[in-house]
Design a protein around this ligand. Structure first.
Ligand code: HEM
Length: 490
C-alpha cells in the first residue's frame, strides 16, 4: 500500500523521461532521488547552509555514480604492467591499469543518461528558430566582477584538452525557415556533423568518438597523439617549442604550433603560451635537481607536473569561481583533498580512499564499473560560447591606474579580429602582458539565454589543423542541432 502510494505520487512528480531510471533504483535510492529532486524543483541547493548543501551534493554524487555512468561501446584493451608506463603517453593510452585504451584518443564518448526518446523531431523546433528566438544576443549581459576573460579563455583551454567530436566526411545543410530567415545572418549553412559509429552496447546503439584524449593530460599544449606530440617538442631538455618573442611558434601558413589549435583565439593562445612556459620552467627546475635526467625523462616528468597544476587550478580555483558558493568551495576542496582536508593529505598522503583523502593520487581508479570517458551531456553543457563578448577591451598597461584601481582603455577590438590567423598576428603586436592584464580587467559574458554572440552566427570554423574552412556556420543553430541529433536530454 505504502509503496504503491509512493509510486503514484512519484509518477506525478517526476518527468516521464526520468521515470524508467527511477523505477530501476533500490527503494532507499528512490527516496534519496526524491529528496534531491524536491530540492532541485525549489531551486535552493546553493542557498542551503554549507553542511546541508554538502549532504545534498553527496547524495547527488552517490546517485550519479550508481545510475548516471553509462559505458558506450567496448574498449577491448588489456591489462598491462603499470610500472612500464609511469608517465602520460602521447595518445592517452596506458592510464587505466585495467585497460590500456581507456580515455585514449579515438575512444567513445560515454553518456550520463540513455539517449533521449523525445517525440520531437530533429528539426522541431528548428535549430535556426531556437538560435534566433532564444539564443542570439539582444544586449550583452556580463558576469560583473565574478568571472573575467581569463576565466572564459581558461575553459576553452580545458575543452581543448578534453573533447572534440570526430566528424563525418560528408557535409549536411541547415536552411533557416521563412519565419526567421530574414533575422539569420546565414539563410543556410553547411557543416560536418559528428560521425555516427555503431556500438556494441545494447542501450546506446550509436556512439561518437573523441579525437582528443579524455584525460587531464595537458594535451591542449602537448598534443593528442604521437604526431601532435612530435610537432610541439624541441627534443632538448624536455622542453616544448616557444618562439623568440615569447609567444607560440607559427608554421609557414601562419597557423600556431601547439597541442591543439583548432578554433583558437588570442585568449586561448595566451594560456597555451603561459603553460608551455610552465612546462619549460619545470624542466629547468628538474634538470637542476636531477642533472642525469635525459630529454625524455625531463619531458615526461614536466608533463605530469604541468597536467597536475592545470587540474588543480581547474578544480579548486576555476570551478569554485564559476559557481561561487561556500558549499561549492568546500565541495571542490573535498574532491581534491578529501573530507579530512589539506593538512591531513599533505601529512599522510591519499591513504584513506577518495572520500576521506580526495580523488587525486589514489592507486586505482574508482570508475564504478564503467571505464572513464567524458560524456555527451558533459560536452553539451560545456558549449559555453555565451561567455564570449562582442569585443575585447585592451588596456593601456603603460598608463597609471585610475582612482578605481583600473587601467585606461587603449582600444576596443571586435572579437572577429581576435580569432584565427588574424588574432595570432595581433597577439604578436600586443604581447603577453597586455593580453593577460586586459583579460583580467574585462568581465566575460553571462551564461544566459539571449546572450549568444552574434558574430558567431557567421563564423569561419576551422578543421583539426587550424585551417579555415570555406563554409561559414551559424554556431547557435549548429549547437541546437548538435544537442538534438546526439539525443541529449535537456
Ligand atoms: C573565439 C573563441 C571560440 C571559437 C571561435 C569557437 C568555435 C567553435 C567551433 C567552430 C566549434 C565546432 C562546432 C561543431 O562543429 O559542433 C566549437 C565547439 C565547441 N566549443 Fe568553441 N569556440 C570558441 C570558444 C569556446 C569557449 C570559450 C568555450 C567554453 C567552454 C567553447 C566550448 C566548445 C565546446 C564544448 C565545443 C564542442 C566540442 C565537441 O564537439 O566535442 N568554445 N567551438
Amino acid at each position: 500500500m505504502g509503496i504503491s502510494l509512493f509510486a503514484s505520487l512519484s509518477s506525478k512528480f517526476v518527468h516521464p523521461q526520468l521515470r524508467p531510471l527511477v523505477s530501476k533504483m533500490s527503494f532507499f535510492d528512490a527516496i534519496l532521488f526524491h529528496i534531491v529532486h524536491f530540492v532541485d524543483k525549489l531551486g535552493i541547493w546553493h542557498r542551503l547552509p554549507v553542511f546541508i548543501g554538502l549532504t545534498y551534493l553527496g547524495i547527488r554524487r552517490h546517485l550519479h555514480d550508481r545510475y548516471n555512468l553509462k559505458a558506450v561501446g567496448e574498449l577491448a584493451g588489456r591489462e598491462y604492467n603499470v610500472k612500464k608506463y609511469p608517465y602520460r603517453t602521447a595518445d592517452g593510452t596506458f592510464n587505466d591499469p585495467d585497460d590500456q585504451l581507456t580515455g585514449s584518443e579515438g575512444t567513445f564518448f560515454g553518456r550520463n543518461m540513455s539517449p533521449s526518446t523525445s517525440h520531437y523531431g530533429l528539426m522541431d523546433p528548428h535549430p535556426s528558430v531556437v538560435a534566433t528566438k532564444l539564443l542570439a544576443r539582444k544586449e550583452f549581459a556580463d558576469t560583473g566582477k565574478q568571472f573575467n576573460m581569463l576565466a572564459c579563455s581558461w575553459i576553452q583551454f580545458m575543452i581543448h584538452d578534453w573533447v572534440d567530436h570526430l566528424e563525418d566526411t560528408q557535409q549536411v545543410e541547415i536552411q533557416a525557415p521563412e519565419e526567421v530567415a530574414n533575422m539569420c545572418p546565414l539563410k543556410s549553412f553547411r557543416f560536418f556533423r559528428s560521425k555516427k559509429v555503431l556500438t556494441s552496447s545494447p542501450n546506446v546503439k550509436i556512439g561518437y568518438l573523441n579525437r582528443r584524449t579524455a584525460w587531464w593530460d595537458a594535451s591542449a599544449i602537448e598534443g593528442n597523439d604521437e604526431t601532435g606530440m612530435r610537432k610541439v617538442r624541441t627534443f632538448k631538455d624536455g622542453k616544448l617549442k616557444i618562439a623568440g618573442n615569447g609567444l607560440l611558434e607559427h608554421n609557414k601558413k601562419g597557423i600556431a604550433i601547439s597541442g591543439d589549435v583548432r578554433n583558437s583565439w588570442v585568449g586561448l593562445s595566451t594560456l597555451q603560451v603561459l603553460f608551455i612556459k610552465e612546462h619549460n620552467s619545470v624542466c629547468d627546475m628538474l634538470k637542476e635537481c636531477y642533472p642525469d635526467f635525459d630529454d625524455e625523462r625531463l619531458y615526461h616528468h614536466a608533463r605530469l607536473v604541468t597536467s597536475a597544476v592545470i587540474a588543480k587550478i581547474h578544480t579548486i580555483d576555476w570551478t569554485v569561481e564559476l559557481l561561487k558558493t561556500n558549499t561549492l568551495l568546500e565541495g571542490m576542496r573535498i574532491n581534491w583533498y578529501g573530507i579530512l582536508g589539506k593538512r591531513f593529505k599533505d601529512r599522510f598522503g591519499p591513504i584513506l580512499g577518495s572520500k576521506l583523502s580526495g580523488i587525486v593520487g589514489q592507486k586505482k581508479p574508482e570508475d564504478y564499473g564503467v571505464p572513464y570517458s567524458l560524456t555527451e551531456e558533459f560536452v553539451s553543457v560545456y558549449r559555453m560560447h555565451s561567455l564570449l563578448p562582442d569585443k575585447l577591451i585592451l588596456r593601456d598597461i603603460k598608463a597609471k591606474t585610475t582612482e578605481q584601481g583600473s587601467l585606461l582603455v587603449a582600444e576596443e577590438v571586435p572579437m572577429e579580429e581576435m580569432i584565427g590567423k588574424e588574432g595570432e598576428k595581433r597577439l604578436s603586436r600586443l604581447g603577453m602582458e597586455q593580453m593577460v592584464v586586459s583579460m583580467g580587467h574585462q568581465a566575460c559574458g553571462a551564461l544566459n539565454l539571449y546572450n549568444y554572440p552574434n558574430w558567431m552566427r557567421k563564423l569561419i570554423p576551422q578543421d583539426v589543423n587550424g585551417e579555415d574552412r570555406p563554409d561559414l556556420v551559424d554556431m547557435p543553430a549548429l549547437e541546437s542541432n548538435f544537442t538534438s541529433s546526439h539525443n541529449v536530454m535537456c
